[in-house]
Write a protein that binds this ligand. Structure first.
Ligand SMILES: O=C([O-])CC(=O)C(=O)O
Ligand SMILES: [Mg+2]
Length: 236
């Protein structure tokens, strides 16, 4: 059964404490703890650097050249949500987000926006330090006539986003945590963050990851010698 043109007003949201705990961890730590590969492709980058957001995905699939789905999706968000907005099929350069949408996003207290497409009014986004991740910047306008789908499964940054999935985004990119895997991923990611906290002191004392993680084993295994001498082109 096709989801094309379907509009669902409700999503299942993760427990706010679960979302808050994900926000304490960086995207790379979460990504390393994933059950499946659900990291968005690196073309999705933040407009404002230095921010981290986490929230439940409200999905809006737009038809090429049109952003009515984004506008309706934004109207269906609740505080803390992340609007995930993408195009059906090929990405077009018609802006999926801009100043008006930013001001409405602030008014609705959403956590941010991930756009698999272009955004515009960048100065207003920067002035407001509103968390927007996007594929490109383009001033090209969009029509507001058609619906691709709201709160149905969407592809954003090359990965599947189901409505209600947890999204975490920072300067490293954006990752999707399927709701049913959230507890397991969180536990693994927190363990990893704890381990990294322990070794940070050692790194600052001058130990390297090569030493701490015993990476020399790879040299031994591959019988690669370290030559205890200087490189000398006359001897080569
Ligand atoms: O027209 C749009 O949908 C995008 C935009 O420029 C705005 O939100 O200000
Ligand atoms: Mg505008």
């Amino acid at each position: 059964m096709s989801n094309f043109g379907k509009i669902y007003s409700q999503i299942e949201r993760a427990n706010p404490s679960l979302i808050a705990q994900f926000k304490e961890l960086g995207v790379s730590t979460i990504y390393e703890s994933m059950v499946e590969e659900t990291l968005m492709d690196p073309s999705i980058t933040p407009i404002c650097k230095g921010q981290i957001i986490a929230g439940s995905a409200v999905t809006a699939i737009n038809t090429p050249g049109d952003n009515l789905s984004m506008h309706l999706g934004l109207s269906l968000t609740q505080p803390g949500d992340i609007l995930v907005t993408a195009f059906l099929g090929t990405h077009s350069y018609n802006a999926l987000w801009g100043e008006m949408a930013t001001l409405a996003g602030i008014g609705r207290k959403i956590s941010g926006v991930i756009a698999d497409g272009a955004v515009r009014d960048v100065k207003a986004i920067l002035d407001n330090q509103f968390p927007v991740w996007a594929k490109s910047i383009s001033s090209k306008t969009s029509s507001v006539e058609k619906i691709g789908g709201i709160n149905v499964p969407a592809v954003c940054g090359g990965v599947l986003v189901n409505p209600g999935d947890i999204i975490v985004a920072d300067d490293d990119g954006a990752v999707v945590i399927p709701l049913e895997q959230a507890e397991e991923v969180l536990q693994k990611a927190q363990k990893r963050a704890e381990r990294e906290k322990e070794i940070k002191g050692l790194l600052l004392q001058g130990k390297t990851p090569y030493e701490i993680f015993n990476m020399g084993i790879a040299l031994e295994k591959n019988e690669i010698p370290i030559i205890n001498d200087k490189y000398d082109s006359r001897k080569v």
